[in-house]
Design a binder for this molecule. Structure first.
Ligand code: FAD
Length: 431
């Protein structure tokens, strides 16, 4: 009998627990260590931040679903992983031991790396539901007292899609509130060009997003390094291709929302061999730790090398579909280990993204993630907004019901020609 523990109950961790439960025999135990007993759908946070969603509509109480599926829940949160002892020390002093562990802890938000950045200081965030709700309060104040706005992503950020999404969603919300004419907007990003997205662009994301920014009267600054955020002002250095200072900007702002850089969470940060210098888990092609063979990792906590050097550092995004492909691979590989076989499944790590722009959107598929690609497609239109709402509904339904993958989702992915696993060559022919 094996005990498989998932650390983190976010987008990747919850689905991981369901896939493990579906695949493993009843004699094996599946447990989840989480921070609290609720699941929150992070991709809806930009909507929460302007009041288009509330907490209730994007959260799921995990305890009853997990109980129905025979998954144990430890909501105390992990204090520190002790990999040599196959043990997780929890915040209340108790411990959980495991035979196999899947780390799915997402990112720690590195606001502290920039003076004055973050919801405890002088800028807003949409990375967590609590931040998004705080941003909604700031949005209401902006509507009451309109003034200049800055939205974007700082140096070292890897998650650019939500920054664009929020800029356009905010723009629409301000138009609806009839104060847009009194709100000059600037998009500030560490990307070398608009639509780079940490992926050196996908299809014509540069053209599509520049055009949308122009049409919505949003100015932009690329190669931007945020030096500090003060009440009423953001100091930004625009960096030239050779690394020198091109221009120093002092941007007035009464409201700003910047995606921070990410790093690994404290419970795993700095564990020798397990993590890289930023605290992300180093895995092989089977999602397995290169140092601890009984540990797997999925989602934003996985180390992925940046695409190439950019004048201001940028990271590679990890989007929902890519995370699901990691989940499918890790579940199969653990299943095989438990039955005495070797891991064979590899996630595709393809980037598929739907970025909502309020009432339309931009979608892209990058397969593989690094150019040149076999699929390098982007498109825009109202259908993307509808598809994003569909993604939210399907994902929350999946978490509420404990289903690993409803058939219509599988169908939709096949129609798009996107597979979750790389073709597995198995010598017994049982693909
Ligand atoms: P998370 O969903 O962040 O889950 C990690 C979980 O681990 C959290 O619940 C956290 O509390 C828990 N945890 C951390 N430390 C501990 C500990 N010590 N003990 C116990 N639990 C712990 N991707 C898309 O494909 N489409 C989108 O539209 C999209 N929108 C996004 C919008 C925003 C604002 C952001 C930030 C990201 C978005 N992403 C999107 C990217 C990505 O899909 C999400 O970030 C996704 O939530 C990442 O999943 P994850 O499981 O890796 O991490």
């Amino acid at each position: 009998m094996a005990h498989v523990v998932v650390l983190g109950a976010g987008l990747g961790g919850t689905i991981m627990a369901y896939e493990l439960r579906k695949g493993l025999g009843k004699e094996h135990r599946v447990s989840v260590v989480s921070n609290g007993d609720r699941y929150s759908f992070v991709p809806s946070n930009p909507w929460v931040a302007v009041g288009w969603r509330d907490r209730e509509s994007i959260e799921v109480d995990l305890a009853p679903v997990f109980a129905r599926h025979d998954i144990a829940l430890h909501p105390q949160g992990a204090k520190r992983l002790k990999p040599a002892e196959r043990r997780i020390e929890l915040n209340d002093g108790s411990s959980v031991t495991y035979d196999y562990l899947v780390i799915a802890t997402g990112p720690e938000l590195a606001f502290d790396e920039i003076d004055g950045l973050g919801p405890d200081h002088n800028s807003q965030s949409i990375c967590h539901i609590d931040h998004a709700l705080k941003t909604k309060t700031a949005f209401d104040a902006l509507v009451d007292n309109p003034g200049p706005v800055v939205v974007g992503a700082v140096q070292g950020a890897s998650c650019f899609g939500p920054a664009y999404e929020f800029a356009f969603i905010l723009e629409k919300a301000l138009r609806k509130a009839k104060v847009r004419d009194r709100v000059p907007m600037t998009f500030v990003t560490s990307e070398p060009y608009i639509g780079h997205l940490g992926l050196d662009g996908v299809g014509d994301t540069k053209g599509l997003l520049e055009s949308e920014l122009r049409q919505h009267h949003i100015k932009w600054i690329c190669n931007a390094k945020v030096d500090r955020v003060e009440p009423g002002k953001m100091s930004v250095s625009e960096i030239a291709d050779d690394g020198s200072l091109k221009k120093a900007h002092e941007l007035p702002q009464v409201f700003s929302m910047m995606l921070p850089a990410f790093r690994g969470v404290a419970a795993v940060y700095g564990i020798e061999g397990l993590t890289n210098a930023r605290g992300f888990i180093v895995v092989d092609k089977h999602q397995r730790s290169t140092a601890y063979p009984d540990i797997f990792a999925i989602g934003v906590c996985v180390a992925i090398a940046p695409l190439g050097k950019t004048p201001v550092p940028t990271g590679v995004p990890k989007t929902g579909f890519m995370i699901e492909s990691m989940v499918t691979a890790a579940a199969r590989n653990i299943d095989r280990l438990v039955t005495g076989a070797e891991p064979d499944a590899q996630a595709t790590w393809n980037a598929v993204c739907l970025a909502d722009l309020g009432d339309s959107g931009v979608a892209f598929v990058a397969q593989p993630q690094i150019p040149p690609r076999n699929v390098n497609w982007s498109s825009s239109g109202k259908w993307v907004h509808t598809a994003k709402v569909g993604f939210e509904r399907y994902f929350l339904h999946k978490v509420r019901t404990g289903k690993a993958e409803p058939f219509y989702e599988r169908l939709a992915l096949q129609v798009m020609g996107v597979d979750k696993l790389k073709e597995i060559k198995i010598d017994d022919g049982a693909a």
